[in-house]
Design a protein. Structure first.
Length: 270
């Protein structure tokens, strides 16, 4: 059974599929196939509503985090951003939403601030220069206490990343495609929101959100004895599935990971 997942706040990015052998089971108990079908559809609809509600609640912190941070940047002069206040604000959002992997801001002039939880708790600053790019990592504990500082040379330019390039001056949340997070080796996506002055894009605020907890939620749902739930996108790539190990596959060259397709699940009848 397929139910289109069209929620305005989520930018309509997935299709929910509830798969179940319930009809086979109920036909055993019900002489009327019509009654069995009606019961199956009722359970499927209720489960779809439940999962959609969970996804809304799950993604809301990313939406709120990007919009609130963008408003903060909008109030301040781009050249006079309160770095410590910005880091701490994004840090608090991470602490209150375990599904958020990181929050970050990139400006049109090449500066970048980030609060992140993996591979370890860190705040990060980067400035793209004409000669070289300076990057500084502030390693912290969960209570924000500073443990050490590391300076690195890098060629990373946030303005050239897909999440920055795909964000327009339109005042709305933008969602990336599903991709594999390098830190957790699991599917995730990025939400972005623009900072605009005089009609021009001056900064982009972004939030990385892991989809692991949605897979954990699906694993706890009982559709029928042999039924299960998965979420796929319009390209038939698996967004979330109760067995998280099956949400990723090795790339053809064996050097990386990609999101699984429905055909990778080994369910020939699907």
């Amino acid at each position: 059974m397929k139910t289109s997942l069209r929620v305005n706040i989520l930018a309509s990015f997935t299709t929910l599929i509830v798969l179940s052998t319930l009809l086979l089971l109920t036909n055993f108990y019900f002489q009327s196939s019509e009654a069995a079908r009606a019961l199956s559809e009722k359970i499927g609809a209720e489960m779809s509503d439940k999962v959609i509600g969970q996804i809304q609640a799950y993604l809301t912190p990313a939406i709120n985090g990007t919009m609130l941070t963008a408003k903060r940047i909008q109030r301040e002069e781009i050249g006079r951003i309160d770095e410590e206040g910005l880091w701490r604000s994004m840090w608090d959002m991470l602490m209150n939403a375990p599904q958020l992997e990181s929050l970050y801001v990139a400006t049109a002039d090449g500066r970048f601030w980030q609060s992140r939880r993996k591979p370890e708790w860190t705040t990060r600053f980067l400035r793209v220069g004409s000669a070289e790019t300076l990057e500084r990592w502030f390693l912290r504990d969960e209570d924000y206490r500073l443990k050490s500082i590391e300076d690195k040379k890098t060629t990373y330019d946030p303005r050239q990343r897909p999440w920055y390039l795909s964000t327009t001056a339109a005042m709305k949340v933008n969602w990336s495609d599903i991709y594999i997070f390098k830190t957790v080796k699991r599917p995730g996506l990025t939400a972005t929101f623009p900072v605009v002055r005089d009609g021009k894009l001056t900064a982009v605020v972004a939030a990385d959100i892991s989809l692991a907890s949605i897979s954990e939620f699906l694993a706890r749902q009982s559709v029928s004895e042999h039924g299960f739930i998965l979420i796929v996108d319009e390209r038939n790539e698996v967004v979330a599935f109760g067995d998280q190990e099956k949400t990723v596959q090795a790339t053809a060259d064996g050097k990386g990971l990609r999101t699984s397709r429905v055909s990778d699940l080994g369910l020939g009848w699907l």
